[in-house]
Write a protein that binds this ligand. Structure first.
Ligand code: ADP
Length: 454
């Protein structure tokens, strides 16, 4: 087992990784930008190294500074968390070439599954149900040809896309030219490659993803699904497990398909396969080759510490259990709490004058915040994750309502009022929502407000 792990991240996930390490008797090294000297993960880690100025490009994305920090402190492994360098295959390769273990899949696996076109091909060959789609598109004419083959509406996506960028929808031949040109231009501006391809556009799907763990000896388990359909601008807002939309048979079927596919692909460590789910069918979208923000809801219903498993697998340990040993109990829901205006979503960094997190049975708060902490303006605005669990979905919902009521965060605006509104809507309570539900709800609210003003 490792003696010392360097955490190449910040915020709540840095703290999350620190906690797993301490419980395994592993020492931790925090790295931080000049803006994060007072961060909680820096305070708690055994050692801390400043790796550069506030700008992410100069610090948390600075590969050589991070690797130097690992070499200087004698860390034997690096955990990348999520975001930043977590899906950067070149970084994983650099880490390994310095004799340090990268806690995650191999660089080759990251390259294969990180490129949407090669990932779709690998997924299809491994038996996953894939959204009907095209190869790389050469021209508007080529796009038109494929759109007619697949059938409108279609969505054009960048092969290296991420964060919901570079995606354009077309409903007919008149719209395809612009969709192709704009998607390509956005891809060129944001990603390493401007190659785009097309998929059938599903109109009212849910986003359902499967968590997997795989060791280096071919043992693979899945830890069930997460329903992440409550989204805004393709960003997840609330996640829950199990999904209210799946029955036991569908759950077991997709679980088996996913497990076999991961074994065929030869993937190792933790990963998530993202699907759209419509009319009882799954459509593979992409794989995230890293830990995910919403992993705690899976931990809540399985009792498995996913970060601990990532570290064990990376160190060469065997899983030590099979699918039959995994049990699912109860229901868990996560709310992402952002320092943002709950109506305009404008980021709201600043000093936290008062902080009181909820507690009690079935309540977990993952956050780096403390009273008197100043949220720097340079990074993501998520400041806390509230995770609740209960024996049934209804028990979890009642607990979520109670926990949100207890939360005190003064000094900055947060999205808590929006979360409270969402979870009191009849459709949410009934589990009747798809990926467009939140957008439609926000639009309806805005229209009501405009009518009030008149
Ligand atoms: P990114 O890597 O940029 O996050 P994804 O491929 O994961 O892109 O897609 C992000 C979101 O875009 C999905 O969660 C879904 O809301 C929407 N989306 C993607 N592909 C499709 C599709 N074929 N049909 C309908 N919606 C889609």
């Amino acid at each position: 087992m490792f003696e010392k792990v360097l955490i190449a991240n910040r915020g709540e996930v840095a703290l999350r990784i620190h906690r797993a390490c301490r419980e395994m008797g592993i020492k931790t090294v925090a790295v931080h930008s000049e803006a994060d000297a007072n961060a909680m993960h820096v305070r708690l880690a055994d050692e801390a190294v400043c790796i550069g100025p506030a700008r992410s490009a100069d610090s948390y994305l600075n590969k050589s500074a991070i690797i130097s920090a690992a070499l200087i402190t004698g860390a034997d492994a690096i955990h990348p968390g999520f975001g930043f360098l977590s899906e950067n295959a070149d970084f994983a390769e650099m880490v390994e070439s310095h004799g340090i273990t990268f806690i995650g899949p191999t660089a080759g696996q990251m390259r294969l599954m990180g490129d949407k076109i090669t990932a779709r091909k690998a997924a299809e060959e491994a038996g996953l149900p894939v959204t009907p789609g095209s190869p790389a598109l050469e021209s508007v004419e080529h796009a038109k040809e494929w759109a007619n083959k697949i059938g409108y509406p279609i969505i054009i996506k960048a092969k290296d896309g991420g964060g919901g960028k570079g995606m354009k929808i077309a409903f007919n031949d008149d719209e395809i030219g612009e969709a192709f040109t704009m998607a390509k231009a956005e891809a060129k501006a944001s990603f390493p490659s401007d190659v785009v391809y097309m998929e059938k556009y599903l109109q009212k799907p849910r986003h359902i993803e499967m968590q997997v763990l795989a060791d280096k000896y071919g043992n693979v388990v899945h830890l069930g699904e997460r329903d992440c359909s409550i989204q805004r601008n393709n960003q997840k807002v609330i996640e829950e497990t199990p999904s209210p939309a799946l029955n036991q048979q569908q759950r077991e079927e997709i679980g088996n398909i996913v497990r076999n596919a991961i074994a065929k692909i030869g993937y190792t460590n933790a990963g998530t396969l993202e699907f759209l789910f419509e009319d009882g069918r799954f459509y593979f979208m992409e794989m995230n080759t890293r830990l995910q923000v919403e992993h705690p809801i899976t931990e809540a219903v399985t009792g498995i510490d996913i970060v601990r498993e990532q570290i064990r697998i990376a160190s060469g340990a065997q899983l030590g259990y099979t699918q039959d040993d995994i049990t699912f109990s109860g229901h868990a829901i996560e709310c992402r709490i952002n320092a943002e205006d709950p109506e305009t979503f404008a980021p709201c960094p600043g000093k936290i004058t008062e902080w009181h997190a909820p507690g009690g049975l079935g309540v977990r708060v993952d956050s780096e915040i403390y009273s008197g902490y100043t949220i720097p303006p340079f990074y993501d605005s998520m400041i806390a994750k509230l995770i609740v669990s209960g024996k049934t979905r209804n028990a979890a919902l009642m607990r979520l309502r109670r926990a949100l009521e207890e939360f005190v965060i003064d000094g900055v605006k947060t999205t808590i009022p929006l979360q409270q509104e969402i979870i009191s809507q009849a459709e949410f309570i009934d589990g009747q929502y798809n990926i467009h539900w939140l957008e439609n709800f926000m639009a309806k609210k805005a229209a009501e407000k405009a009518a009030e003003k008149k």
